[in-house]
Design a protein around this ligand. Structure first.
Ligand SMILES: Nc1nc2c(ncn2[C@@H]2O[C@H](COP(=O)(O)OP(=O)(O)OP(=O)(O)O)[C@@H](O)[C@H]2O)c(=O)[nH]1
Ligand SMILES: [Mg+2]
Length: 404
């Protein structure tokens, strides 16, 4: 947009403004006003006057329909004349002033990033060390900026205690709902190799064998793994050792029949499924169709390995949504020191955690999910265990609650 500059002088402000309006109409934008000495009558008796300078906004573009015929050569000349600097010293001065004003306006509009306090830098480093997602870390840092004063930031221990607390608050623990229906049906779904079968075996041992002084429940194991050679072998072996019956079903009808037959005398049916690539949407839908035979009271849990990177976890959480899973079982916690990715991904999607598994041993390496367990595993923070145990008291309840 071509711009012109103007400078006008008069004895008074209003005269000067009138002059400008008369000459340039609404296009004039006065930017600078100066008091000057003006020559009086016959060049004698100088008196005070004003000088106003500014820019002329270019004419509003013509609307297409009302555009008058134009002499393009004339227009071109006019535009060229308007952009060619004139060797006028006053104009040069005005130009300089306009430039200064422009710079001032820009410096106000562009937010200069404030230098971070060393405590904030340190917290950011610790969050990175734990593989928290950039989005999760940004939220924490924003919250620090909002809630901590400069003096507050000086006390690093207090700051990190607070950050650990916020992380703890972002971990949702699954609240077991009391279930009167028997048999209770628990189905584990999830990607390949995350530890579904091992987890099913751990749960079967805990509930079905009177583990840790618990009265044994009547448990039945079910596998739908007929596609892979030896697919059902692993779970059948576990069942054999624990003396827990294992059924191998091939389709929707067989599963439905089995559940109907177990209606009497069975407390818990644990269903092991086949690991699926979360991108294999058709296969997931077929498996879902088979598992629909469990009925609407069946509880689905999604197993996710703690070693998975956060963007993959987000995709898994989404692709398995069709199973309507209640909660997530985080497996292989023992295989990573960076729990940030799983914490951030689950927090991002608002998913709760029901169990964690922390090793290959059946049934020892499974725990009911607990915030403290995640927090004490964080790297780089000095964890005040007494404080966090007070803040996040783990429920010392049974793994699965049964109402009497
Ligand atoms: N370190 C560690 N290894 C585990 C854990 N849970 C399972 N594993 C191991 O992970 C491997 C795969 O476990 P599976 O239980 O067969 O996994 P899956 O999800 O049933 O696998 P698919 O049926 O092939 O999808 C085995 O070697 C298990 O011993 C755990 O919590 N920690
Ligand atoms: Mg398996």
């Amino acid at each position: 947009m071509a711009e012109h500059y103007f400078t006008e002088q008069a004895y008074t402000d209003s005269d000067c403004k009138d002059k400008i309006r008369e000459k340039y109409g609404d296009r004039a934008n006065i930017l600078v006003r100066k008091t000057i000495r003006m020559k009086g009558l016959f060049g004698l008796f100088p008196r005070e006057g004003v000088e106003m300078s500014g820019v002329l906004r270019s004419e509003p573009p013509f609307r297409k329909e009302s555009r008058p015929p134009m002499d393009f050569e004339m227009e071109k000349k006019k535009i060229l004349a308007s952009v060619t600097p004139k060797p006028d010293p006053t104009l040069q001065l005005v130009l300089n002033e306009v430039r200064t004003i422009k710079e001032q306006i820009q410096s106000v509009n562009i937010a200069v990033p404030e230098a971070d306090h060393p405590s904030i830098i340190r917290i950011r480093e610790i969050l990175n060390l734990n593989d928290f997602t950039p989005n999760y870390s940004r939220n924490i840092i924003d919250r620090i900026r909002k809630e901590f004063s400069l003096t507050g930031l000086e006390d690093f221990d207090a700051l990190q205690d607070r950050v650990v607390e916020w992380i703890g608050e972002s971990i949702q623990i699954y609240k077991e709902e009391k279930n009167r229906r028997r048999p209770r049906i628990l189905t584990l779904v999830g990607p390949t190799g995350v530890g579904k079968t091992t987890t099913i075996a751990k749960l079967a041992a805990i509930y079905g064998t009177g583990f840790a002084g618990r009265p044994p429940l009547s448990v039945r194991l079910v596998t739908i793994d007929n596609y892979r050679i030896g697919g059902s072998y692993q779970i059948e072996k576990y069942g054999g050792i624990m003396e827990i019956p294992v059924s191998n079903v091939k389709n929707h009808g067989e599963l439905k029949k089995l559940i109907a037959l177990s209606a009497e005398g069975t407390d818990l049916i644990l269903i092991d499924t086949i690991g699926k690539n979360p991108r294999a949407a058709v296969e997931l839908a077929e498996m879902k169709q088979l598992l629909d035979a469990c009925g609407s009271s069946a509880e689905f849990y999604l197993a996710v390995a703690a070693t998975t990177k956060s963007s993959d976890i987000l995709e898994i959480l989404m692709q398995y949504e069709l199973f309507g899973y209640r909660s997530v079982i985080v497996t292989k916690i023992d295989e990573t020191i960076r729990l940030g990715s799983v914490i951030s991904a689950l927090a991002d999607r608002g998913k709760s955690i029901s169990f964690i598994t922390e090793g290959q041993q059946v049934p020892k390496d499974i725990q009911k999910a607990d915030v403290v367990r995640f927090l004490i595993n964080l790297e780089g923070f000095k964890i005040n265990r007494v404080k966090i145990e007070e803040r996040f008291p783990g429920k010392k309840t049974d793994y699965i609650q049964w109402s009497e």
